[in-house]
Design a protein. Sequence first.
Length: 493
Amino acid sequence: MQILMVASEAVPFVKTGGLADVVSALSKQLKKNGHDVRIVMPRYYRIDRLRLTLLPGALGIPLGFGQVWAGVYEGRLPESDVPVYFLDHEGLYGRDGVYGEFGGSYPDNASRFVALSRGAFQLCKKLGWYPDIMHLHDWPTAPAAVILNTWEKSGYFTKTASVLTIHNLGYQGWFPKDDLTLFQLPWEEFYESGLERHDSLNFLKAGILKSDLITTVSPTYAREIQTGGYGEGLQDVLAQRRGDLYGVLNGCDYDEWNPETDKYIPFNYSDRTLKEKARNKEALQRELGLTADASVPLIGMVSRFAEQKGFGALCGPGSGSLYPICRDMKVQFVILGTGEPWCEEELRRLDAALPNLRAEIRFSNALAHKIEAAADFFLMPSAYEPCGLNQMYSLRYGTLPIVRRTGGLADTVWQYGEADGSGNGFLFDDLTPNALYNVVGWAVSTWYDRPNHIDRMRKTAMARRFGWDQSAAEYEKLYAAAFEKRKRFHNLY
């Protein structure tokens, strides 16, 4: 099949979250499987155009009351033959951020991403290459489903089907209704195209209603978002499309996350050489100024500091469980990441007050790898987690996850069986300081009282794989179903 990924980010060019990993990893795997896969995305400042090839001629993109002209650069995903096309427009994308800076959003994001969505079609016309599938990712490219069903519903794209992946329903793309003019559509399309939500534009809602199929990044999350607790106000819209909504678990990049070959860790190891894992633990303890003691369990976290990730229950000022855990239990904590200012401030305060806690308020890919290799447990107390990747990394590294039973965490972590040492992690349900304290206490007591169970769980964890080959096979089936649905819609048999 001919597949166009329309995305706002992709590694290694730019990344703000897991979406970027998915776009690139899935594209590579589909290419290996024999498909003609290509990616289109903006060229932000951080993407060096000197490493890219400028295609001849500018690209005219209809937008608002006229059109904008963009350059098109071509590159490749590293270690693959997947072409990546970058739309280059100084006014729209010539800035440091992707969606905004300093915790805010750019006021012209509607223009920026309608242009990306409309530009994807213009690019195909320029290349003379027309996809069977346009795979859209989250709200920034959801407008392409509207465009496919209005401006491009006949002609070159009659057979093109759309698949929209919801990576995080919490981000929907809300804009004033006057921004409908960006689509160059009549006002009746405010309702007909599904863009209207509470008298505003909602890009993701329109994508959900107008895409041929919708996917999320785990089966459990697909079920959760159809309920009031996780639906973010769109559960009624998703209920309308429940027959076209599928959960496909993300894969894990085991070329990047493999303790046997990891270039960032001092001692490589496998499930047959777990003594080397203990050496990684000692090295990290010394590097971060913790007491080098193999007998004390080390709990790691690599996360964005936000309520969604459970940091309110973990370290909310005056009520979180992190301080009493570190005070009452013989345990060590290492936390890496950045996020909401209140959380960064609280973690700095706890770091200064607790000798067995280190909070690294920064981004470091190398340190993230070291934490996965060194830690005995990995904590992810997420309020919701569409898929999650760190728990997959942790399993591969023999670092037992402690996770809330939600989304992809529930699909990848199996509960510890205290009778026989079965399972590969520890799960809990209520996101409260007390529940967090208790589940961490359960893991720590298992460490001290049943070390043979820890060993068994580690080997169980390290044997489990969540490869992109499995995920890509599921997407191939969905692409075929979407393509057939599109042909029936247009009566093309």
